[in-house]
Design a protein around this ligand. Structure first.
Ligand code: GTP
Ligand code: GTP
Ligand code: MG
Ligand code: MG
Lengths: 280, 293
């Protein structure tokens, strides 16, 4: 809305269109629009420039932007367990590789668990990353029980005193109750083997996903508490506004974003940059 | 459901006497909201609403005893009309092998769908199918297609990951011709349409192969970006059809309407599961009902 000289109906429509086409969704958009119209009225704002700061604040409020909420729950002196979950093709395995690279660079020892025992060549895919990044990996044969892989991985991590155990799970659509039950079981196994684990359960979302992300957040949360989101494929044209809807509805913060297919294409989430990109 | 929401809005308004233009505007606002929640792209929703408004507002509406239901009927009819009245089959080449190229965004389901399509054509149409692995980027991508080929007893052509995708694709088709295959299905690496280099590579592959079918594999949960994705892939890669995947999920699939409306390409198949049997022919009317909710 740099094109608008005045805060008029055209301006409001363009603002609404920007939010909707960024996948912010109708409910969060309505809330944001209402707050801004109110603010503009109360403060008698007639120029768009007078609103830019408030627009940013309103969205930041929704995004739970305090730093604490967005950093990972990693502590020295224990095996930190991070579980990657999400629907098929979102970017879990690649994000697992990126996090491995990220932690190794910070001096942590990392152990990987190939808990996707179902999909064709899923184990080979993670194993290829493990070799490339030079980290050990716990895997069983294709078709074996993922809970058994996780059980072994937790015990191997303890034995080796690994700083971080990264568990890659199979993609699953949230309406498949048997697959969600399987995830619940994996979560239980982790908790029994390592106290307070998993310390992080990251829901991996594809930035091109629309309103279905709300159903994903809801149903995954029902079986494992989700501590954060990783939003992948933000190197495309999708702006990932769905994270605003998910934050508003479920209070889940975005911790990392994926901006490419290489190991270093992972960045901590910075709300200011996201909001800037939203309004291009 | 949308039907209930629209009927609810309109019939409640009717209780106050004669239906007004303002009432219809409220009902259409409800339709807009529902379509956006179903992930239909905004530009498509706007065009759709104006088309429905044009058709719905008239003598028929003012006289109707059930105006809510009438608006719903117009919405549904318009949806089905846009989705394309009937299922459109795969094109076959008069000069075998028929080359089918699978393209689309990262993780959409191209490799799995290539396997599903190979199974469909082998089992149902008794074709001799060759799968070609040209994804030289993703770790174990070639292995993934080989595992699927093995499960189906379908040959997979690959040249490892040190050759260019264009060269591998050309060699695969040449092999297909030489060995009398009916169909060659070329699996390609995922890419974002915003990635200039990868889109150029795909254009080159497409120009070298001149496939009979270039199928855009699109995830059912795709949001507003569907129009941009479809527009670029159809313009630059000349897609002839689409396959929407993961419709066994609870995504409403509004992207199907966006793709069809913006590019006109027909959706030919849908993926409804992870197993190789989970491929169905696309039915426009069923999709319209799903989007409506
Ligand atoms: N451009 C881009 N591609 C990505 C990003 N993250 C993942 N990908 C790609 O997305 C595709 C799917 O990634 P995977 O890591 O296999 O996804 P997944 O969630 O593990 O998939 P399943 O295990 O099959 O459910 C691959 O082609 C990745 O390279 C990203 O941030 N940007
Ligand atoms: N539930 C379900 N899962 C599907 C469907 N189609 C594909 N998948 C899954 O989606 C994930 C991604 O599928 P792939 O075939 O690897 O996707 P791709 O487009 O080849 O990915 P890239 O090559 O990395 O771009 C896998 O976990 C598949 O099993 C479907 O119709 N339903
Ligand atoms: Mg994976
Ligand atoms: Mg693939």
């Amino acid at each position: 809305f740099r094109l608008h000289k005045k805060v008029n109906e055209d301006f409001w429509e363009e603002l609404e269109d920007t939010l909707i086409t960024s996948d912010v969704g109708t409910s969060a958009t309505d809330r944001i629009m209402e707050e801004l119209r109110e603010y503009a009225k109360e403060n008698k704002i007639s120029e768009p420039a007078g609103l830019t700061a408030r627009i940013r604040e309103v969205i930041e409020e929704i995004l739970l932007t305090d730093e604490e909420k967005r950093t990972l729950n990693i502590e020295q002196g224990r095996v930190n367990v991070i579980m990657m979950v999400g629907v098929n093709g979102a970017g879990k395995t690649t994000s697992t590789a990126k996090l491995t690279h990220y932690f190794k660079n910070q001096g942590f020892s990392v152990l990987l668990a190939a808990a996707d025992t179902f999909r064709a060549a899923a184990i080979e895919q993670l194993e290829s990353w493990a070799n490339r990044l030079d980290v050990p990996i716990i895997k069983h044969k294709e078709g074996s029980d993922p809970a058994a892989v996780v059980y072994d991985a937790c015990n191997a991590a303890k034995a080796r005193k690994a700083d971080i155990l990264l568990i890659d799970t199979a993609g699953r659509l949230q309406n498949k109750s048997n697959l969600m039950k399987e995830l619940e079981k994996i979560h239980r196994v982790i908790g029994r083997e390592i106290p307070d684990a998993p310390h992080e359960v990251l829901l991996v979302l594809d930035a091109t996903t629309g309103q279905n992300a709300l159903s994903q957040a809801q149903q995954f949360s029902a079986v494992t508490p989700i501590s954060g989101l990783v939003m992948c494929k933000l190197d495309g044209s999708a702006r990932g506004g769905i994270m605003v809807a998910v934050a508003q509805e479920f209070g889940i913060p975005v911790k990392y974003i994926g901006v490419g297919e290489s190991p270093d294409d992972l960045k901590p989430f910075v709300p200011e940059l996201f909001i800037k990109a939203l309004f291009g | 459901s949308l039907s209930e929401r629209i009927s609810g809005v309109i019939d409640k308004l009717r209780g106050r006497g004669k239906l007004t233009e303002e009432d219809v505007k409220k009902a259409l606002r409800e339709v807009r909201r529902a379509l956006l929640e179903a992930d239909v792209s905004l530009s498509v929703v706007k065009k759709f609403i104006s088309q429905v408004r044009e058709k719905a507002i008239g003598e028929e509406l003012w006289k109707s005893l059930t105006p809510g239901q009438l608006v719903v009927k117009h919405v549904k009819d318009e949806l089905v009309a846009i989705m394309g009245g009937e299922a459109v089959p795969l094109e076959m080449s008069a000069d075998p092998p028929t080359v089918i190229m699978m393209v689309g965004l990262n993780g959409a389901g191209k490799t799995t769908t290539a396997g599903k399509l190979a199974r469909y054509l082998k089992e149902r149409e008794k074709k001799k199918v060759l799968l070609a692995a040209t994804d030289v980027y993703r770790p174990a991508a070639i292995k993934q297609l080989e595992v699927l080929g093995e499960q189906l007893d379908v040959q997979v052509f690959q040249m490892g990951d040190k050759n260019s995708p264009v060269d591998i694709a050309k060699a695969a088709v040449a092999h297909g011709e030489k060995e009398d295959f009916d169909i060659v299905i070329v699996d390609t690496a995922g890419r974002l349409q915003a990635n200039e280099e990868l889109m150029k590579e795909l254009e080159d592959t497409r120009d070298a192969l001149k496939p009979t079918e270039t199928l855009l594999v699109l995830d059912a949960m795709t949001g507003q970006d569907a129009v941009n994705i479809a527009d670029q892939f159809v313009k630059r890669i000349k897609c002839t059809g689409a396959i929407m995947t993961k419709l066994d999920g609870d995504a409403r699939g509004g992207a199907a309407l966006s793709v069809r409306e913006v590019t006109g390409i027909p959706i030919k198949f849908i993926g409804v599961g992870e197993r190789l049997q989970a491929l169905e022919v696309f039915h426009p009317d069923r999709m319209a009902s799903r989007i409506l909710g």
